[in-house]
Design a protein. Structure first.
Length: 316
């Protein structure tokens, strides 16, 4: 047992969400995570609305449990994808890379819970006023598009600034991370990188092998000069990006280099010239295992730590 207010809010057994990852988390992974008692999330990235509708219907065929869909707000299809999610009345929507404020009321009217990802206190407060159900505070340890504050520093600041539940994301891999997040005042965690190693995750096997080989310093942040920093696993593309950036390349040049590279990595398995977005915990990935085993391990470790802690610390 490991219940928090997040479990009641989402209707799930454990306070664990699976990050919505473009080209990585589709219906089969999301359904497996939800079946195991967490909240599985379909990552939509730049996908067109028809694909999103198909995925939502597929996840509903695979599980009766609650699930979520992540909307990447910089997608050219963001508005249309949101239209599909409203029509399909999905249980939970998470958002990334922008401010979903103007959509919150309509989602809530249809019974959809809204949990935006934030990387600052100011946006968390603004979205609380807009009526969101909870916020996901994501630190710069995460993979993909990131903010500028670490999870350790961001989560308690957001917790102090809002009254709604806060979910911690970025740098969380196991039961230690879950307990640490709870200690910071979070009501649960979101993990992305950890679920990339799930058996049910459909990414190319070469990406999973690349993750297993990764060491602690193998992620780098590229694109800082474009205003959209992205954490990826170090490879030939990342080095080329760094070289171009150091030479003061234009945003257009850099965006052209990045175009289509996430798909190349995740679908085609191009771990040299693809964009292998992953968080700083990539080095902790040791093996491929079923989503259910991941969730059971994390929950089991967290519960064991919570039982052991009183004997390890003297506090009065
Ligand atoms: O969204 C993410 N991570 C992502 S999105 C993504 S797809 C992509 N592909 C290529 C280039 C760029 C992105 C890959 N990884 N995480 C959630 C997140 N959201 N982190 C930070 C933010 C964020 C940033 C600014 C949220 C809101 C925000 O607000 C700006 C505003 O408009 O107020």
């Amino acid at each position: 047992m490991l219940r928090t207010v997040l479990c009641d809010l989402l209707g799930v057994r454990y306070p664990i969400m699976q990050g919505g990852m473009a080209w990585v988390s589709e219906a089969r992974l999301a359904a497996a995570v939800s079946e195991a008692g967490g909240l599985g999330i379909i990552g939509t990235g730049n996908a067109p609305p028809d694909w999103v509708r198909e995925q939502v219907r597929l996840v509903r065929e695979l599980t009766d449990r609650p699930f979520g869909v992540n909307v990447m707000l910089r997608s050219p299809f963001a508005e249309e994808v949101i239209g599909v999610l409203l029509e399909e009345r999905v249980p939970v929507v998470t958002t990334g890379a922008g401010n979903p404020g103007k959509y919150v009321e309509e989602f809530r009217r249809r019974g959809t819970k809204v949990l935006p990802v934030v990387s600052s206190v100011a946006l968390a407060q603004r979205l609380e006023r807009a009526g969101v159900d909870a916020v996901i505070a994501e630190g710069l340890e995460s993979g993909g598009h990131i903010g500028e504050i670490t999870t350790m520093a961001l989560v308690p600041q957001v917790v102090d600034a809002v009254r709604i539940p806060v979910v911690a994301a970025g740098g969380i891999f196991d039961g230690r991370g879950l307990v640490a997040a709870l200690a910071l005042g979070a009501a649960g965690v979101q993990m992305g990188t950890r679920f990339m190693s799930a058996e049910e995750c459909q990414i190319h096997p070469r990406v999973k092998e690349f993750l297993i080989r990764a060491r602690d310093r193998d992620t780098v942040v590229t694109g800082r000069s474009t205003g959209h920093p992205v954490r990826v696993l170090r490879n030939k593309l990342a080095r080329e990006f760094e070289l171009l950036e150091s030479r003061g390349a234009s945003v257009e040049e850099l965006e052209a280099l990045g175009a289509g590279r996430l798909r190349a990595a995740m679908v085609e398995g191009d771990v040299e010239y693809g964009s292998v977005m992953a968080g700083q915990v990539a080095a902790m990935v040791r093996k491929i295992q079923p989503a259910r085993e991941i969730i059971q391990e994390v929950v089991g470790e967290a519960a064991a730590i919570l039982r052991r802690l009183p004997g390890l610390v003297e506090a009065r």
